[in-house]
Ligand binder design. Sequence first.
Ligand code: MRU
Length: 349
Amino acid sequence: MSIPTQVYPVIWKEDRVVLIDQTRLPKEYAIVEIHRYEDIARAISTMIVRGAPAIGIAAAYGMYLGAREIETDDRDTFLARLDEVARILGNTRPTAVNLFWAIERMQKTAQNAAGAVAEIRETLLAEAKAIQAEDLRTCQEIGDRGLEALPKTPERLNILTHCNTGSLATAGYGTALGVIRSAQGAGRLARVYADETRPRLQGARLTTWECVQDQIPVTLISDNMAAHCMKQGSIHAAIVGADRIAANGDTANKIGTYSLALVAKAHNVPFFVAAPLSTVDFRLETGEGIPIEERDPAELYQIGPTRICPPGVEFYNPAFDVTPAALITAIITERGVLKPEELKQLSPI
Ligand code: MRU
């Protein structure tokens, strides 16, 4: 299959959701067509679709698919069954708050919609499309605002990033990678350093793929090379995305983000988080309450078909960590570039 020039990880096509299968990149560009909400749930938990905003968008369409499968004309029965759809979609991945934000927004849309069940269904499809369109605009805004926050010297920057936060992780522009994209557009980017991002290698597999697609110069490093590169002076800024930001600015993101922030602090390299406000969980005072997903240990002990350690070993595979707000130079949102402690001034969206 030929690769389209603009990458959209989630597309609504006539009567179905079309996803890029991110588990198969970069070896193969394949799509998955989905008609039923339970298959959206499966696609989220198996990471066919991943990245906080993209998960939220997929779940929003999942809510519509679920609504379409509910066979009743009775409003109360419909809403009760839609809650069950929400529960199943919400049980897929615990950390990225965009998932719950999108599901709740869809539930409220259904509850507030006037008219017959058939009309509520159509309102839900329109809302899912709106969530997707908003994310595209929001990420472009984050890109533009992030550009202003970057160090003024040197003119062309080497920027390090972790995991994948690009088109594949959002509606189609990216958060941290969106800022990098905007820097490239403004002639301010020398090169991206992409952490490989063990154990699932989103940096090696997906970020480098996106950069090559968009002709963004990229150098792949393994996660444990960041300190060395910073000490050599090769990195001018680090920008990462987020899965959930607490009201005080503590930020959950892909495992390894915390150690990257510590290393950046030690070398006086500015450390930015780029995320839409839908990633801020104003209900959580601090990062302590953020649930951290643990994934299959096979992600750790197996590379391809090969097991890399002997039997008898125990495993611990948290997919995210929480970077304390004190290590974050600024949080780049669609409403401005904020010091972590300034987040509270913004009202929830
Ligand atoms: O486990 P993943 O691949 O879904 O984790 C993705 C990340 O940690 C991203 O940095 C985050 O979701 C922000 S994406 C714009």
